[in-house]
Design a protein around this ligand. Sequence first.
Ligand code: GDP
Length: 502
Amino acid sequence: SKVRIYTLAKDLGVDNHRMLAMLDDLGVQYKSVSSTLEEDVVETIKGLVAEEQASGSGGGSDSAPAEQQAQTESAAPSTPAPVAVAERPAPGEAPAAPGMPTRAPVVTIMGHVDHGKTSLLDYIRKTKVAAKEAGGITQHVGAFEAKTSKGKIVFIDTPGHEAFTTIRARGANVADIAIIVVAADDSIMPQTREAVAHAQAANIPLIVAINKIDLPQADVERVKTDLTQVNLVPEDYGGDTVVVPVSAKTGEGVEDLLEYISLTAELEDLRADPKGEFAGVIIESKVDKQAGVLATVMVQEGTLHVGDFLVVGENYGKIKAMSGSDGERIKEAGPSTPVQVLGFSENPSSGDKVASAKNEHAAREVIAARVDKRREDEEQGKRRKMTLEEMMGPLGEVRTVNLILRADTQGSLEALQGILARKESDDVKLNVMLAGIGAPTEGDVLLASTAEATILCFSVTPSGSVKKVADQKNVDLKSFRIIYELIDEVDRLIKGNVEPVF
Ligand code: GDP
C-alpha cells in the first residue's frame, strides 16, 4: 500500500510544495511528486499534518512553517522578522516572489509523425475549450486555452517543425512543459528521439503520453522499456519520467494527462508579472488578403493592449485589434495568453521576440537602436580577433561541445559514439544531443541552432533545403565519407571551436 506524494498531499489538503518541503525536512528521498512513499513515512507525515492542524492556527504558529520562515530569514538576513511574518504565504500557498501571480503553463506536444499529436490536441480542444457562439468557427491560430478543473492550460498547436521553433525561441523558452507522444503500437521512432532532444535542450520537464492504447496491438510495457533506451526511465521502473497511457480516440487517460500537466506546472511554480514590461513571442503568422498580417503572439510578461506599438526585429506595428484563441475580440491580454494581433506591417516569423513601445516615436527609437547595434556587431565581427578565452571558454571550466550525429546505419552510429566517448577529457565534454540514422532534418538544424551544436553527417547527404536552413541559421553542418576525417573534425572542435586568428 504505497502512496504517491501528490495523492497524499491531496488527501491531506496540503500543497505539493509544502509536502516536498516536509519530506526534505525528514530527509526522505524522492524523484518527483509522483514518487511513492513507504508506509512509515506516510504515517509520519499524517502525524505532522494532524499536529499542525491541532495547533489551531492553520499554519500561523505551527512549527514547520516556522522552520520555513527561519530559512527565508537566513536567506535574507536584513529582513526584520515582523515583515517576514507578514509576508509569509497563507497556508496551502507556495512560498514565492511576493506579489507575482502565477500563470498558466504553456505546453507543446511533440513526437513522431502519425503517433497522434494532432488527434490528441483535437481531443483536448474538443472537450476542454469553451463552446463558441452559434456559427462561430474558430480559426486555427497556433495555440489554444484548455479549461480544466485545475485551471487553464495553454497548448501550442503549430504544425511540424514550427513546434520546435516555438519551444525555444531565440534562446528563451516559450513552452514550459513538453508532452512527448509515443504510439503504443509503434514505440520509440526517430522523431521521438528528436523531440526528446529538443525538450532536453530547452531544459523543460517532459511528460510521455503513450497514445493509441485502445488498439489491440498496443504494447505499453514495450514502450516503457524502450523509453529507457533514450534515458527516460518511467516511474514504475524506478525512474522519474512521468508516463501516461492515453487514447486520443476514446479519450481514455486524457484527464490524467491534464492532471499531470497541472501538477508539473505547480511544481515549476510559473509566475509572471502582468504589470511588468511586456515580452512576447510570435507563435504563428499569416497574411490575410483582406485583413493583412494576422500574427499570434504569446504574452510572456506584462499585458498587451489594443493601441500598443509592437516591435519585432527591426519592424513595428500598432495593434488595431486583438482576438483571443477562441476567436472573441479582446482589449487586453496578460501572461500566458495567446492572442491574434492585427496591425503588423511585415509578416513576422514564428519564434521572433516581440517587445512593446508606448508610442510610434518610442517604437522607432527602439528600432534605431537595434539597427545601430547590428551595424556595430557587423563591423566588430569583421575586425575583432578572438581571445584565447573566447575560443576555449574560461580557464578551468569544463567546456561542452554539443554534437548531433547522423549516419547511414545503426552500426556506424554506434562506432562513432564509441570513438567519441573515448575523446572526452576532464576539460571537454562531448554531448551527443541526438544520434540518428538517415539524413539530417530541419528539426536537427533548429535543435543545433538553439543549442549551438555542430551537425556531423557520416555517409548521409543533407538535402538542399536542410543545407539552406543551416546556412540561414548559421549552423555548422558537415558531411563526411571517411570516418577519420569526421574524427579529425571532432578533434578540432575539442581544441576550440574556431580557427585561431593571429
Ligand atoms: P500526428 O502525425 O502525430 O499528428 O498524428 P495524427 O493525430 O494525425 O494521427 C495519425 C493517425 O493515427 C490518424 O489516422 C489518427 O486517426 C490515428 N490515431 C491517433 N490517435 C489515435 C488513438 O488514440 N487511437 C487510434 N486507434 N488511432 C489514433
